[in-house]
Ligand binder design. Structure first.
Ligand code: 6PG
Length: 249
């Protein structure tokens, strides 16, 4: 993969964590300097763990000016090992002094995930002072990519979520017992800055395919960010890139 200005190829997950943490803190400092607040939405999964652990060591006064949202959440209790909130709580929220009112966890206690999605959308609009017709602008969105090309909880074939006019939807991934809540492309693409963290050889083929322009958003939902690629920074580890290079031989 050619190194371009928006693709950082890092040695391993440790360096990926350093890069991701540094991007988060730099974006936060810039936003806070410019407007006194930083709105950020984070993903879950395995890849961002190291980034969050780095943030957990970032003792700083900035946290009172940070408003934290989730790109997606599994519809499970906040103390479930499946919960993206639980990952953030374990790795950094329990270690820093972010005001609890700045931590906007997806509520997963309602019996209806669709209602929870609507509640979360109202929360985003309220906190970000966005009107019903506005699309709130996150300062940073931290995305991952699955080996199937999904991002957030937008999975291949889910045209309904891709085309949704809402900011937040509930989805059901085939084979999972739980539903998920996800931000939609509508709000993801409006972010000022998007960072995609990709690690592991198992994602090489998909990364090579999307970078080569193969497929569309339905086949590879990560392609929802293609129209705003100028705002995207990729942080990809060598295991993933080497998989691409091996695949080309
Ligand atoms: C989730 C995540 C998801 C994640 C990708 C990559 O809730 O599962 O938000 O979108 O970013 O699945 O996951 P890994 O980092 O575990 O490979």
């Amino acid at each position: 993969m050619a190194e371009t200005e928006n693709i950082a190829v890092v040695a391993d997950v440790q360096e990926l964590a350093q890069w991701g943490g540094r991007i988060f803190i730099e974006e936060a400092e810039n936003a806070i300097k410019e407007k006194g607040v930083f709105y950020v939405a984070i993903s879950g999964g395995k890849t961002p763990r190291g980034v969050f652990e780095m943030l957990g060591q970032a003792g700083s006064s900035m946290w009172e000016k940070v408003h934290l949202f989730w790109v997606d959440e599994r519809y499970v209790p906040p103390n479930s090992e499946l919960s993206n909130y639980a990952l953030a709580e374990e790795t950094f929220l329990s270690k820093i002094n972010m005001p609890v009112e700045n931590i906007h966890r997806v509520g997963t206690a309602l019996d209806d995930a669709d209602k929870a999605a609507a509640v979360y959308e109202r929360t985003i609009r309220r906190v970000m002072k966005a009107g019903e017709k506005d699309v709130p602008v996150m300062d940073l969105v931290l995305l991952g990519m699955g080996a199937d090309g999904h991002t957030a909880s937008i999975f291949p074939g889910d045209a309904e979520t891709l085309l949704s006019k809402r900011l937040v939807c509930s989805v059901k991934k085939a084979g999972e017992k739980f539903k998920r809540i996800t931000l939609t492309p509508k709000i993801l693409r409006h972010a000022r800055s998007i960072t995609v963290l990709v690690s592991g050889q198992e994602k090489s083929r998909t990364l090579a395919a999307v970078m080569a322009g193969e497929g569309d958003e339905v086949r590879y939902p990560i392609r929802v960010i293609w129209p705003v690629m100028e705002k995207v920074t990729w942080v990809v580890d060598r295991a993933c890139v080497q998989g691409i290079e091996r695949g080309r031989k």
